[in-house]
Design a protein around this ligand. Structure first.
Ligand SMILES: [Zn+2]
Ligand SMILES: [Zn+2]
Length: 270
């Protein structure tokens, strides 16, 4: 069964199309279940990117309405639609408290945890902590993911090695920080926590899946459970590169994928 558990809505200000169009796109690609996971509302704006990064708290009812409409529409075309959120992993206890309250209040099906290392507020925090060298930034990133796993706030860690490529440090191969990445994988295993295979990297810059194939080798050895998402910001992205990536996962020895319904983990055969 094909599932896509990471996609956005226009409410975040940088995605396109209506949720119904994402459902139509899923249908065309033979995907039977999708989870919308738009960017969680977070304030203050200057820390968390503001209105073209995420919806505001008062747009949450509209988000629920849009996904409910897509769910009903999905029923008529044979695509199940679940409502999740892409939450942040961020070293700001007060903001994380507010975010957790929102998550509890909304009772989403699925909560992704993402550390968006390029957010201005995150970079300012690094600077304040004196973490300026690439090595410090990278080690802090993976420690941040571990803290995210241990927090119990999230169901799956999104695009876990995204820092290897985009922006704030010199690009590096996963092997250069194997120990740090393996610590993260060990934390996933110890907490029976999922991570995401995210295919959006395959349409950007270096054309790589997140995490890198070698990280998936280290993960399969540990029996890490995977969710899978396109990170669609437009209907045409839904299920992007799924067939080739699913084949790669099978070749590596993965046999299942997971999704979450009412925060409960469900297994589907790969
Ligand atoms: Zn986005
Ligand atoms: Zn996303």
């Amino acid at each position: 069964m094909k599932i896509d558990n990471h996609m956005h809505t226009a409410l975040c200000g940088h995605a396109f199309g209506t949720p119904r169009e994402y459902v139509d796109a899923a249908k065309k690609k033979g995907i039977e279940l999708v989870t919308f996971t738009c960017h969680v509302p977070l304030e203050p704006d200057e820390l968390f990117g503001g209105r073209n990064i995420r919806m505001s708290i008062d747009q949450l009812p509209r988000y629920r309405e849009l996904i409910e409409d897509a769910r009903v529409y999905g029923e008529s075309v044979g695509v199940r639609v679940l409502c999740g959120i892409e939450a942040e992993i961020f070293p700001h206890p007060e903001a994380m408290k507010t975010m957790s309250a929102t998550i509890d209040d909304q009772q989403f099906d699925f909560v992704l945890g993402s550390l968006h290392h390029h957010l201005l507020g995150y970079r300012e925090w690094l600077e304040k902590m004196g973490l300026n060298e690439d090595g410090d930034v990278i080690r802090t990133y993976f420690k941040g993911l571990i803290a995210g796993v241990e927090s119990g706030i999230y169901d799956s860690i999104a695009h876990p090695d995204v820092i290897r490529i985009y922006g704030t440090v010199e690009p590096f191969p996963a092997e250069a920080y194997q120990a740090e990445i393996e610590d993260f994988l060990d934390a996933l295993r110890a907490n029976d926590h999922c991570m995401e295979v995210n295919t959006s990297g395959l349409i950007k810059g270096v054309y790589e899946v997140h995490p890198a194939p070698v990280v998936l080798d280290w993960a399969v050895e540990r029996g890490i459970k995977l969710t899978m998402g396109s990170d669609a910001h437009a209907p045409s992205h839904v299920g992007q590169h799924f067939d080739s990536v699913r084949e790669m996962l099978r070749q590596k020895g993965f046999t299942s994928l997971y999704y979450f319904e009412k925060r409960e983990r469900k297994e589907v055969s790969l």
